[in-house]
Ligand binder design. Sequence first.
Ligand code: E4P
Length: 244
Amino acid sequence: MYELMLDTANLSDIREGIAAWPISGVTTNPSILRKEGDIDVYSRLAEIKKLCGSQRSLHVQTVSTTTREIIEEARFILDRLGCDVYVKIPVSAAGLPAIKTLVSEGVKVTATAIYTTMQGILAGLAGADYIAIYLNRMENNCIDPFVVISEIRSFLDGMNSRSKILAASFRNISQVTSAFASGAKGATVGAEIIRAALGMPSINAAIEAFMEDFEAIHGAGQTMMTITKMKKAAVNSAAFLRLK
Ligand code: E4P
């Protein structure tokens, strides 16, 4: 199954996303939380989780830098927010052993801060549920993210892994579509990416042209629904006149 998630901690974006777009989860990180200003982090995350309900996933990142502390922090997060939360852990020297331990305990893990194929392979072998690849940051560092995605994809397919590539860190729509085309099973995007995708001027120009053609036939303000009513009204009044 392919997935689209929202990469934000902004409540109005999340409400809009859940109501209007095919969103299967919300991903956060400390920088995303910082953008929200002076918030109580756990209250905000609890609120996001409530909005997500049981149908959508919430991903929360640890910030500790030693394996022992990452594991403790992950357990604390689950204690506060519920064990269905995905704990995001960077694939680093300290993070990888924490991922391995937590996965063996049944914790849901999103391996993150992935820039290289090797990090993706290690996260897949450690059994992470999602493998979050940082597209835009990779391109900023002259790393081709699409090659990395397709290499990790082949590796995961080869080992029949259930780990899913979750492309992340986007600045434009084309990065998202290319990530899926390269083998990502999911993408986590800011609300502005979806708004830009739906706000393309050609889309509205096409809709306006269709409307003008329809109005040229049936008159201003008419739709497929009102012309049926109009026709019914015309038939009824003709029948009425015949009876007279
Ligand atoms: C998501 O998992 C990442 O934390 C996020 O997409 C990073 O994005 P950025 O490069 O826009 O900060």
